[in-house]
Design a binder for this molecule. Sequence first.
Ligand SMILES: Nc1nc2c(ncn2[C@@H]2O[C@H](COP(=O)(O)OP(=O)(O)OP(=O)(O)O)[C@@H](O)[C@H]2O)c(=O)[nH]1
Ligand SMILES: [Mg+2]
Length: 253
Amino acid sequence: MFIVFILGTAGSGKSLLTAAFSEWLRISKQDISIVNLDPGALTLPYSPDVDVRDYVNVESLMEKYSLGPNGALVMAADLIADDIEQISKEVEELKSDIVLVDTSGQMELFAFRASGPYIANELTKEPKAIVYLFDAVFSLDPLNYVSNLFLSAAIYNRFLQPQVHLLSKCDLLPKAEVDRIVDWSAKPEALESSIEQKLEGTKRLLSRNMMSAIYKLGLKFLLIPISAKTNDGMINFNTSIERILGGGEKYTY
Ligand SMILES: Nc1nc2c(ncn2[C@@H]2O[C@H](COP(=O)(O)OP(=O)(O)OP(=O)(O)O)[C@@H](O)[C@H]2O)c(=O)[nH]1
Ligand SMILES: [Mg+2]
């Protein structure tokens, strides 16, 4: 069994990608299941096989403990950690070859509180990969792009698992813009030149220094452009996951 965690900032397209990629894998005759780890989701574009909302109810936490929505989500994350043994059992019983895990819109809950990596580690001892989404429209601005690089580096530091980087919602941008952002991810000098052209003053200085800090860390974030609406990029995405988890082989035979 291989587990793929889908992470990204709020609204970056995690849930729709989970739905689209799972359908794509099913059509390719792969044995796949979905886990919803987002306790705050109201509706989902797929039917989860395991759902944390069966374990915690954010609304009733808000009422019972007089919490705001974010306080309740923090508490929910800790409660999920308490129930992890049972959730993990449910996941194991699926006996799927590949399990996609959709995570919370409040990424900091999963990434920066102790419960997130604990949940990821306890959910399964099977090989894992993290998929981190860069929202294409948000990434048009080099400063946003560099800020997102920082977030993805922080995620990497927290989980220390193989990480795949996607440029999500590519159908919303002209191809030339998509190519430009992908180019930034492949060539530091391309990003540097856009920072010089598009930004000025403090933003330029900040972006340049943040960018060089990331490159000094030696982290590589080659972006794979993808769309959960048109399914463009699914093949490349799947190949990179197969390479990491299956040693280049399919998950299901
Ligand atoms: N055009 C386009 N829209 C997308 C794509 N993926 C997601 N969206 C839209 O973006 C919005 C957010 O998508 P979600 O999949 O809910 O994003 P999310 O990251 O799960 O959001 P949270 O869980 O709330 O953080 C929805 O309106 C989706 O329809 C895509 O590939 N193309
Ligand atoms: Mg979602």
